[in-house]
Design a protein around this ligand. Structure first.
Ligand code: PLP
Length: 263
């Protein structure tokens, strides 16, 4: 795989996210995605969730000191090339991460604004995401999350394009509003500061195994950035990675609900 030194040493990617006990989303999806890109994955766990393919049964946020202890241990020792931030779990965790980002000690990060699970469980707040936004390299909301961050519905590709531009004005170098949660053919809308807007159209994969799609997209994007892609190239590659992961698992029968992807 790419990015390795002459002695085979891989690049390091770090996920700061929640644990998903059924292994479909969150930290587990991120680590598989990093591995598929030839990266070594480190993890900072923000919350433990008890969930399966049907739904979330319990969410327990880690205290902020547990999160910062994990983060400081990793950053003190490993050369982290890129970070993916997902579920923030509490306002306190959002605040300590924003403090680290403001101090310049967080490597470049992709921010996936995880707010609510598909099954309706609350996983994070728009306020915490907004606090980290000024420091993010790329923000990856789906249309529902973009709407929650802006306080108005984001339904069409035109609305998603405007939303990406508006959210990019709050700090990130780029915003990609994904369209997998809308009906019809999925269109992702990217706004890159200094470059402009771009829409990526794709074909919908017919499957109920969609658990972890957002996490996988954000961590694939982070992996591609670590490997040296520019942002539009990384977005294109991450979309392809998710489409292949969806297609690979579309015939799987794992659990009674939304099963995992084939990263
Ligand atoms: N659980 C954890 C820990 C997550 O990080 C996420 C997503 O981003 C989810 C659940 C939600 O996954 P889904 O919406 O695919 O059910």
């Amino acid at each position: 795989a790419g990015g390795r030194g002459g002695d085979g040493t891989p690049l390091v990617a770090l996920t700061i996210a929640g644990s998903d006990s059924c292994g479909g989303a969150g930290v587990q999806a991120d680590l598989r995605t990093f591995a598929a890109h030839g990266l070594h994955g480190a993890s900072v766990i923000t919350a433990v969730t008890a969930q399966n393919t049907v739904g979330v049964r319990l969410v327990r946020a880690m205290t902020a000191d547990v999160v910062t202890a994990q983060l400081d241990a990793v950053l003190a020792d490993l050369p982290v090339a890129v970070v993916k931030i997902g579920m923030l779990a509490s306002g306190e965790i959002g605040r300590v991460l924003a403090h680290r980002a403001a101090a310049g000690v967080l490597p470049p990060f992709v921010l996936d604004p995880v707010l609510v699970s598909s099954s309706g469980a609350r996983l994070g707040s728009a306020e915490s995401v907004t606090r980290l936004l000024p420091y993010a390299r790329v923000l990856t909301p789906n249309r529902a999350e973009a709407g929650a961050l802006l306080g108005r519905p984001v339904r069409t590709s035109a609305e998603a394009s405007a939303a990406a531009r508006e959210l990019a004005a709050l700090g990130p170098a780029a915003v990609v509003v994904t369209g997998g949660d809308a009906v019809g053919a999925p269109v992702d809308n990217l706004w890159t500061t200094g470059v402009g807007g771009r829409a990526f159209a794709g074909q919908r994969v017919a499957t109920r195994n969609t658990h972890g799609t957002g996490c996988t997209f954000a961590s694939a994007l982070a992996a591609r950035l670590a490997l040296g892609d520019d942002i539009p190239t990384a977005v294109g590659a991450a979309r392809l990675f998710v489409a292949r992961a969806l297609a690979g698992a579309c015939g799987w029968q794992l659990g009674a609900g939304h099963g995992p992807l084939d990263q």
